[in-house]
Write a protein of this length. Structure first.
Length: 215
């Protein structure tokens, strides 16, 4: 019997799902631009209660590792590692692309919002895209033009017009997809979850020199 908690704060939300042997017992999404750090643990506890379970009933954890908001990704990854260590259960990191592909869409381009008119785009085994890359949605590369690939995720309709492929809908909501992917991997050896960062953070340390401290 597998009881998996999947959760994600890589975007402007707290999202979580509890899945037992392939059946969704509870799931919820709370949109929020900030405040995930204060809300996450209580949010997940409420969802477990709704599912008729507790922390001690979990057999595995799935966590969204990005790409996305730097602070949100760090928060979720740290929470997953801590829960896994405390409970002695596996924690599985699941990228946003894997969440989009879950349920049979793994031959499609997967697109994730990178904000400011940009997207993260990836397709496994595709000649068009060999690894996740950052693109301008309004200026997609020519090597994607007419490649015929279907598209999942953010800006899918615009990208599909460029590729000449179909627009697909994800099979599952984000947190449910994370839980399902984790359930399939919990019995396999896996490294600890780690953030998937595809670009540098927007914030940068100040360029001014530090003040001189006089003795």
């Amino acid at each position: 019997m597998a009881l998996i908690l999947g959760f994600d704060t890589s975007a402007a939300h707290c999202a979580a799902a509890v899945v037992k042997d392939g059946q969704v017992l509870a799931q919820a999404v709370e949109p929020m631009e900030k405040g995930q750090a204060e809300r996450l643990m209580g949010f997940m506890a409420e969802l477990l209660t709704q599912a008729g379970a507790g922390w001690g009933d979990l057999t595995g954890i799935g966590v969204g590792i990005g790409p996305g908001n730097f602070t949100g990704i760090r928060l979720s990854v740290a929470a997953a590692r801590g829960l896994a260590l405390a409970r002695g259960i596996p924690a599985i990191g699941v990228s946003g692309f894997e969440a989009l592909w879950a349920g049979g869409g793994d031959a499609a381009l997967a697109s994730i919002d990178a904000r400011r008119g940009k997207i993260y785009l990836a397709s496994p085994g595709s000649a068009c895209v060999n690894a996740p890359q950052l693109y301008d949605l309004a200026a997609l590369p020519e090597d994607l033009a007419g490649c015929g690939l279907a598209v999942l995720g953010h800006g899918a309709a615009d990208i599909a017009r460029h590729t000449g492929g179909a627009v697909l809908a994800p099979a599952f909501p984000c947190a449910e997809a994370i839980a399902r992917v984790a359930a399939a991997r919990c019995h396999l050896p896996a490294p600890r979850p780690a953030p998937l960062y595809l670009r540098s953070p927007d914030a940068a340390p100040p360029s001014d020199p530090p003040p001189v401290i006089l003795a």
